[in-house]
Design a binder for this molecule. Structure first.
Ligand code: T3D
Length: 259
């Protein structure tokens, strides 16, 4: 019998994979799926064995954004965004480990921005990104208005958001919206190889890198340099830094453990 969980959870060593699992509706978000996703994200954050998180979708889509049929979602769209999508975006941005979106098919609306909010987006050639909001009279949410101009500049952000045009994964890689576009058949292997590689790295420093880059975009140059000094002070006090330097000097592979 097929697993009826709306978010499938699997482990590959120190890599945890969450698979959105409503393939018949292109894994669009229902209130129930949001609940499962939130608890799976919290569980991954709290589990010291997890050192990298992968998010992907079951079937031919990644996620088509809000399920437009979901009766559990009320008519107050702003309240839904405040209560569900904002915490979701902030949860991803505050994960203690690197997060990879492995985009196996179409990512639309909040599904696209959910992916783009992850640290690294790797997409299959047949995948695409659609800022579908304009077509139904909404504005980009789940971080889209903040992420898009920072990723691809204002002109492209507005073009993508106003037209709602489908952006193929190869083009998304070309314009810097995502990290990599790979052959469909290679997506799983390449995602796992990248995830295993990150999981073996000093993940506490990787999460601090994300936080510092995000914060630096909101301050001036001098403040960003001070921020780097503060975070470096913290990282320099961690066991991973001592281990990294010792491993380098002893010409051996480092074994990182901080989280
Ligand atoms: O409360 C709030 O609304 C606030 C939050 C808003 C955040 C948002 O995400 S708003 C944006 C919502 N998403 C969309 O508007 C995208 C709607 N979907 C599409 O435009 C298309 O499905 C796609 C371009 C993504 C894919 O097209 P295609 O031709 O490959 O597939 P399809 O045939 O349209 O979809 C396949 C099935 O999935 C179909 O069901 P059926 O007819 O086979 O029973 C379709 O209805 C269903 N589906 C796709 N997207 C959604 C959906 N069902 C519910 N909600 C969806 N978003």
């Amino acid at each position: 019998m097929a697993d009826e969980s709306l978010v499938l959870v699997s482990n590959q060593g120190a890599v945890r994979t969450l698979t959105l699992n409503r393939p018949a509706a292109l894994n669009s978000f229902t209130a129930a799926m949001h609940r499962e996703l939130r608890s799976a994200l919290d569980a991954a954050a709290d589990d010291a064995q997890v050192r990298c998180l992968v998010i992907t979708g079951a079937g031919r889509g990644f996620c088509a954004g809000q399920d437009l049929n979901d009766s559990e979602v009320g008519t107050n769209v702003g309240a839904v965004v405040e209560r569900i999508y904002k915490p979701l975006a902030l949860r991803i941005a505050s994960m203690p480990v690197p997060v990879i979106a492995s985009v196996n098919g179409v990512a639309a609306g909040a599904g696209a921005n959910f992916a783009l909010g992850c640290d690294l987006v790797i997409a299959a050639k047949s995948a695409s990104f659609i800022q579908a909001f304009a077509k139904i009279g909404l504005v980009p949410d789940c971080g889209g208005t903040w992420l898009l101009p920072r990723l691809v500049g204002r002109a492209r952000a507005i073009g993508l958001a106003m037209t709602g045009d489908k952006l193929p994964a190869e083009e998304a890689e070309r314009i810097g919206l995502i990290w990599r576009c790979v052959d469909d058949a290679a997506l799983l292997d390449q995602t796992l190889a990248l995830a295993q590689r990150l999981a073996a790295m000093p993940v506490k420093a990787l999460a601090a890198t994300r936080r510092t880059i995000d914060e630096s975009m909101m301050v001036d140059y001098s403040a960003a340099l001070s921020l780097e000094a503060r975070v470096q002070n913290d990282m320099g006090a961690q066991a991973d830094f001592r281990e990294g330097v010792a491993a380098f000097l002893q010409k051996r592979a480092a074994k990182f453990s901080d989280r």
